[in-house]
Write a protein that binds this ligand. Sequence first.
Ligand SMILES: Cc1cc2nc3c(=O)[nH]c(=O)nc-3n(C[C@H](O)[C@H](O)[C@H](O)COP(=O)(O)O)c2cc1C
Length: 345
Amino acid sequence: MPFQLADLRFRIVQAPMAGGPTTPELAAAVGWAGGLGFLAAGYLTPEAVRAQIEQVRKLAGDGALFGVNVFVPQPVAQPYAVAAYREALLPEAAAAGVHLPEPDFADTDFWAEKVHLLMAEPVPVVSFTFGLPTSDVLARLRSVGTYTIGTVTNADEARLAVATGVDALCVQGTEAGGHRGVFDPCALPPATPLTVLLQEVRKVAPRTPIIAAGGISTSAEVAVLLGGVADAVQLGTAFLRAHEAATNPVYRDALVDRAYAQTAVTRAFSGRWARALRTPFIDRHAADAPAAYPAVNQVTKPLRAAAAARRDPSGMSLYAGTGHRHALAAPAAQIMERLTADLPV
Ligand SMILES: Cc1cc2nc3c(=O)[nH]c(=O)nc-3n(C[C@H](O)[C@H](O)[C@H](O)COP(=O)(O)O)c2cc1C
């Protein structure tokens, strides 16, 4: 029997968080606590994704419900703009003692291999961000029993996702931490608050289950959303300080540090708009980072790694949603308990 959101004890989804924070331990713990845990395949090799899937199954049991999230490739070349940005970063790289690589414009994040893996060794749920797969990929995933979710940031994207054949929509409001899933990699992400966006999407997708994401951080917010148009909620930042997450300790502390009280939407780190704790690096490069994901991500990686190595949050990509101050440092089970406190039993 394929997955349905109604199968969950609590309709709470732990967002996939690529780049380190998400672990099989986190996904399994959220599953044990009655939510839906997610693995983040982004930036990983297919072999690493397979190993993480095996680990979740080992921790959560063979029939466990969990999802795997995949980035849809839409590389934007812009070689001159990337070269200019790289040039602008060279003094910072010299100060940090690192070499900035030349971008690989052909990088697809192993898209074909990851899709092949998920067809050959099916998992209960697969979600996509940064655009949509073809309807053929969605149909083939459905034929192996997988429930598919498309991330959308406006009503037009929602309409397209439904027409392409996703089973559910992850509706990502402006408050969301991390990268926005905007289909057009050059477009400015909409500033529509989640509650407004949910109404807009519901109008164009009246029958498709909606998973609400962005800035959700308290049980009261979870209860209001689940009592309204949302069929489930997806939270990332709320799990960043979970004991089972692999979030860098400096990043964990910054989330609740008054010195990092604001968030900003930036493409300075990756070339794709994302919400992060506001840092001097973001302010310095507010205007000069081009729309060129993943090339910019590759170029800035050594700078971010060097900042992490010297325990300097000001140079790290501290992706976070607007509710970061509420992120609890606790086992995932306790975070789930807190998030479900206002739900009817
Ligand atoms: C550190 C971090 C990494 C993220 N990585 C991914 C990812 O790999 N794939 C994805 O679909 N969404 C990713 N997101 C976005 C989440 O799916 C979700 O939209 C977001 O966390 C919701 O906002 P919140 O963080 O305020 O709860 C990430 C978010 C954060 C904070």
